[in-house]
Design a protein around this ligand. Structure first.
Ligand SMILES: Nc1nc2c(ncn2[C@@H]2O[C@H](COP(=O)(O)OP(=O)(O)OP(=O)(O)O)[C@@H](O)[C@H]2O)c(=O)[nH]1
Ligand SMILES: [Mg+2]
Length: 472
């Protein structure tokens, strides 16, 4: 990628729309505008003036006119706007042609723009330019695609917060503290006679940095669940009410419910928003030695889904909680699990105690899929299992602080370890040389720099931006 390139793409989704936008950014942007756009005011339509090489337009104003091909033939009528760098999204000169939103017309307009000197943009390349030109740091740039892809209001709030720099500023604050500590140590190393050793402030500072890192790391489960969603598998014996549970969580009659055991044979999947977390719910065939081959396939598919589930809702019928249920629980071994004790509307007195006793420590939620009793509590429990903390309604700023990506989590963890080593080394009886402490702090700073992008390699950038759409 060269900064001398001018890149172009269709920035709106392919398909029919009221408006479609072709965007170009780079040094040649204005020249390209001159080649492909004829403002209506110039009377060019009647041929009274030739197409100009230099387009005399003001930045940040919309101009109506014709979008033309190489030969001056009209491709579309639309609007042109010019954002002069560095005051643009990418930091470079940028133009946008707002045309009719059709796949073919936009393709032809893009072809004209490319013929006039641009090259096709790669995925996320506009945002990558914004990062390179210091418009956004890397964590903010990553939040751009999360804003676009957000499926729930909470996921969007979290992405917006990160785009605003809430998460980055947390990381930066830790970095600033570490830089100050490093400067203090280096001053001492340069002038050994000044004696800075056994600096109580340094030890406390490192411990504080460590806990700040830990707090960010601890938000990962919640952040990832909100952004990427959670796969929830409903399992249990036939007839316990799995499909009834699916339907009540979806608030629609998605799966067939009958009193006949073995009703569900396929895996039934549907997305739903539970407490702001995008959930992929999967209802399955009741687990048993199936009587017919179709049901047997269903049971096998149910078992196969266990490995890919983030959370298992193991449904039992409280009026018929058997040894078989307990044995089947082994399937969920090692997976996150909630026991959903169903049919509480017809439960005998003392049922809760009896179930809890038999559930051997697994968290159990009591519901009735028939009357909806306990469903709100189940949603809270699903949130808690997915996010690792009880459900509350945190504000946008708080959601913006969440660590959402594995990449960030891993960098924070490495930094936490490095800072921990440094903190140990400055303990009064550690007698570690200050050079080692400084080296650990530097290592921590380097990995934190991968989050904000200060120390991110091309390789990291490639991996991040290849997940973007073209045109963003
Ligand atoms: N009283 C009562 N009946 C329920 C409840 N939930 C489900 N049922 C009934 O239990 C029967 C089986 O319900 P389903 O939801 O089809 O059960 P399932 O676990 O999906 O069954 P399979 O698909 O056969 O494995 C139906 O007659 C439901 O109406 C409940 O909370 N209370
Ligand atoms: Mg069913």
């Amino acid at each position: 990628m060269s900064l001398n390139d001018t890149i172009a793409a269709i920035s709106t989704p392919v398909g029919e729309g009221g408006i479609g936008i072709v965007r170009a950014s780079g040094p040649a942007a204005l020249g390209i505008a001159a080649a492909v756009f004829v403002p209506a005011a110039r009377g060019a339509k009647t041929g009274t003036r030739p197409v100009e090489l230099e387009l005399d337009i003001e930045e940040r104003r919309f101009y109506y006119g014709r979008v033309v091909d190489n030969n001056g033939g009209t491709l579309d009528n639309g609007l042109l706007v010019y954002m002069k760098g560095p005051a643009s999204y990418t930091g470079l000169d940028t133009i946008e042609l707002h045309c009719h939103g059709g796949a073919l017309v936009l393709k032809e307009v893009l072809a004209a723009v490319l013929a006039a000197g641009a090259r096709p943009a790669g995925p996320g390349e506009f945002t990558r330019l914004a990062f390179i030109n210091g418009k956004l740091d890397l964590a903010q740039a990553e939040a751009v695609i999360d804003v676009i892809r957000a499926e729930t209001a909470s996921a969007l709030a979290s992405a917006r917060g990160r785009l605003d720099g809430v998460f980055s500023s947390k990381v930066r604050k830790i970095c600033d503290g570490l830089v100050d500590m490093l400067a203090g140590i280096e001053a001492g190393l340069d002038f050994p006679e000044d004696e800075v050793s056994e600096d109580a402030g340094l030890g406390a500072g490192l411990i504080e940095a460590g806990s700040a890192l830990k707090r960010l790391i601890d938000t990962f489960e919640e952040g990832r669940s909100l952004r990427d969603g959670v796969r929830v598998l409903i399992l249990g014996r036939p007839n316990v009410g799995k499909s009834s549970l699916l339907n009540i969580l979806l608030q629609e009659e998605r799966a067939i419910v009958t009193p006949v055991p073995g009703t569900t044979r396929d895996v039934i999947e549907q997305s739903v928003n539970i407490r702001g977390i995008p959930i992929r719910l999967m209802d399955t065939a009741g687990l048993r030695e199936a009587l017919d081959p179709i049901e047997a396939v269903g049971v096998r598919m149910a078992r196969e889904r266990v490995a890919e589930a983030d959370l298992i809702l193991f449904v039992i019928d409280v009026t018929d909680f058997t040894r078989e249920d307990k044995e089947l629980l082994d399937i969920a071994e090692g997976r996150r699990l909630l026991i959903v004790a169903n049919k509480m509307d017809i439960a005998a007195p003392g049922t809760v105690e009896a179930v809890v006793k038999t559930a051997s420590g697994h968290k159990t939620v009591f519901i009735s899929a028939l009357t909806s009793e306990g469903i709100e509590g189940l949603k809270d429990a699903i949130y808690e299992a997915a996010a690792g903390r009880p459900f509350g309604t945190p504000g946008h700023a708080v959601l913006g602080e969440l660590t959402v990506s594995v990449r960030h989590r891993d960098a924070l963890t490495k930094a936490f370890e490095a800072v921990g080593r440094a903190a140990k080394a400055v303990e009064p009886d550690a007698k570690a040389p200050m050079e080692c402490v400084a080296a650990d702090i530097r290592a921590g700073l380097a990995v934190l720099g991968e989050i904000t992008g200060q120390t991110a390699t091309e390789d990291i950038l490639d991996r991040i931006f290849e997940k973007f759409c073209i045109g963003k």
